[in-house]
Write a protein that binds this ligand. Structure first.
Ligand code: PLP
Length: 385
């Protein structure tokens, strides 16, 4: 089969596995023989690799991206009475964690071109929370949506004005860079996910926290192991079971060998899409100072009707696609009540997040796409406009 007939994958984990299969088998076999399934030496080895890759002082492996967010917020003591600002247009985990901890997520609208948090709207909502005086502004969780870094220097400046903590939800964006520096320490803490379809994925659940702060890193290590202190059975604080297991660390170490090349190949695929689609359909705008990790390649259709036509064309051509996300978080049944109760006079609207949910469409994106496959996707898409 050539690239004109081979089925196209939305994400392709098989092509990658074929390249590193012998090394994967060797590393997995080593863990099986050692029997050190929890806290084996591969975990520390991976943490060192991650920190070096991101140019950060500390990396702490944890059990998922969601747990990374939770551990980071637990370390700050975020809970009841605290307002945590985050975009309304993101994956559910970003909003779930503050609620689990008893805090209140405050949904912020996003920019129609970058799809990342709209900072004017962020400032407006912080001012509203301050004015109402019910909640304390405690943290900003920025999301690097689809791999594109949020405007971290600007977010940090806003946070500094109010003494707030900054947490980068980089679950979709590991490998992305801003002002020439990889994501990892643009915020006070950065959460990574190694869910299989992320830019660096394992074969199960996994995640990590990156930080420049030695105190935070030590807290994260304690919190991921039930709040353990110096001695094994000394419990200093309420923690959780949030460790990254040894097998996943061994798998990630193999995948790190390909990671730089895969990021370059994702950028190449994005450039092929850009060359065919610029001016024909809305694309996620990448500012000059940003390098996207291209976790997803998402176009913005004119409206739901146009998106429906493209989806039908893709189905007819057996081209897979995704809709991330079909509903803004403030409309989700789980979050709507808290959203409605956050402000006495009701919250300002979130029109861009609501509109994007009817417009966005994610195209196949992985490092092993060929130019011919990208052409097939673009031909189907352009034919439906
Ligand atoms: C995937 C993802 C998460 C959660 O990561 P898990 O490892 O699946 O828990 C959090 N935030 C965003 C933006 C994500 O895309």
């Amino acid at each position: 089969m050539n690239d004109q007939t081979r089925p196209i994958a939305l994400f392709d984990m098989q092509a990658q596995q074929a390249l590193i299969r012998p090394e994967l088998d060797r590393r997995i076999a080593e863990v099986l023989s050692s029997g050190r399934f929890i806290n084996g030496p591969e975990v520390a080895e991976l943490e060192a690799r991650l920190a070096a890759f991101a140019g950060c002082a500390h990396a702490v492996g944890v059990s998922s991206g969601t747990d990374a967010l939770q551990i980071a917020m637990m370390a700050e003591g975020i809970g009841r009475g605290d307002a945590v600002f985050l975009p309304a247009f993101t994956y559910t985990a970003t909003a779930e964690v503050p609620l689990v901890l008893g805090a209140t997520p405050i949904f912020v609208d996003v920019d129609p071109d970058s799809f990342n948090m709209d900072l004017a709207d962020l400032e407006r909502r912080i001012a509203l929370v301050v004015k109402e005086g019910k909640l304390k502004p405690r943290a900003i969780v920025g999301v690097d949506l689809f791999g594109l870094p949020a405007d971290w220097p600007a977010i940090q400046a806003i946070a500094d004005k109010h003494g707030m903590f900054t947490l980068d939800d980089a679950a979709q964006a590991f490998g992305g860079a801003l002002h020439g520096k990889r994501l990892g320490c643009h915020a006070q803490a950065t959460a990574l996910s190694f869910y299989p379809t992320k830019t660096l994925g394992c074969y199960g659940d996994g995640g990590a926290l990156l930080t420049e702060s030695a105190e935070r890193a030590e807290l994260y290590r304690s919190l991921r192991t039930h709040g353990e202190g110096g001695g094994r059975y000394e419990v200093l604080r309420t923690g959780m079971n949030g460790r990254l297991d040894t097998l996943q660390a061994a798998i990630l170490l193999c995948k790190m060998e390909l990671f730089e090349q895969e990021l370059a190949d994702r950028a190449k695929v994005a450039a092929w899409y850009g060359a065919r689609l610029t001016g024909k359909i809305g694309l996620q705008r990448v500012p000059n100072e940003s390098q996207s990790a291209w976790g997803l390649y998402t176009v913005r259709c004119a409206d739901a009707e146009e998106r429906g036509r493209i989806q039908a064309a893709f189905k007819a051509a057996s081209i897979p696609f995704g809709v991330y996300y079909p509903k803004p978080l403030h409309h989700q049944p789980a979050y709507a009540p808290s959203h409605a109760a956050a402000f006495t006079a009701g919250a300002p609207g979130l029109p861009v997040s609501e509109a994007l949910c009817h417009q966005v469409l994610s195209l196949p994106m992985h490092p092993y796409l060929t130019e011919g496959e990208v052409d097939r996707v673009c031909t189907a898409l352009l034919g439906a406009l």
